[in-house]
Design a protein around this ligand. Sequence first.
Ligand code: 7TS
Length: 409
Amino acid sequence: MLDAERIRADFPILSCRTNDKPLIFLDSAASSQKPAAVLEAMDAAYRTCYANVHRGVYALSEEATRYYEEARDKVTAFINAAAREEVIFTRNATESINLVAYAWGRKALGPGDRILATEMEHHSNIVPWQLLAQETGAELRYLPITDAGELQLDALDDLLDERVKLMAFTLMSNVLGTITPAAEIVRRAHAVGATVLVDGAQGVPHLPVDVQALGCDFLAFSAHKMCGPTGIGVLYGRRALLEAMPPFLGGGDMIRRVELHRATWNDLPWKFEAGTPPIVEGIGLGAAVDYLNRLGMDAIAAHERDTARYAMERLSALPGLHIVGPPADRRGGVIAFTFRAIHPHDLAHLLDTEGIAVRAGHHCAQPLHARLGLNATTRASFYVYNTRADADRLAEGLEHVAHMLGKAV
Ligand code: 7TS
């Protein structure tokens, strides 16, 4: 088990106060905080070995290139990709998904083809497919969820046939916390010949992920949700698919040779990395991967399960509080809920005055909220640095709000 109390000391921001109260940070599903190891690695990179990468012939540029490319090796090992050429650095999970929609989808899809997503997706794993469907004439369909917030796997029998060219789904819901049976879905989608994209934005920071065991064709995730910096994300893609895809963005670095009217492409992974890359962010992501490895992904997952179970017990004891999504043993550390008739924005604002940071709204999952019959929820999300004491503070904060608003709600 993790010692979250000790881990807290690694995160400078957690000793800050907000609204004159100690900060209780419960919004890591939106973006995680950063440990000193990541901040120091980035600071050291700017201070001691910063230059543009891949193009300099001088020692400083070679050193920066080595650190940046070492980060790719760390990510390759972290998700157990078969080769570093399969790990493309993007801006974030959203850009990774769009890269697939543009560079793979425009060639692979046409009228009569189908894209299958699920009702629990983040907008990032919906809107790129809507655009692609509009452009190619393909049809976008959705695997439904149960009232308990889990995928209706038996509906796959009807929905999955050889017309489905792409199946895109999340490893973990950013609202319900649901962990999806990803390997089984990949297997069934592959059985009808579909290509599979897994949205790992919530899964990769919180669960051990092995892309070869999972068998997916693409995996998208963001560094900023896994203790790393903003501005860098990852697209994992199977090499044969990436080789066959045309470039996404054109410019420097992604070419081998340019003439006035044509160009040839660089090797993987650089074919998909046009322009000066996020150099220091890459180094920061490498440091974040080292940090998560030191804690151990199995231990992280177990810690979050335990904290979420405890928080769910505490919260569900409050009269008028309703948690959406499955039981604690089938979810990660994300708990979205409604509380009496209090609007989630008001609730989040009142909790903030107690130093408790939670998110309120539709969490970029409007179709999911519509399916649940809700406009908005309040969401508490837990990570490596959250303790049971944070869950206690949240429960006390909610009791305080209920007491303050009294019979009005
Ligand atoms: N997919 C899922 C499942 C997500 O939760 C998010 C971000 C994304 C994709 C997009 O990630 P990005 O880094 O490209 O923005 N989720 C959230 C959230 O739940 N609250 O703020 C961002």
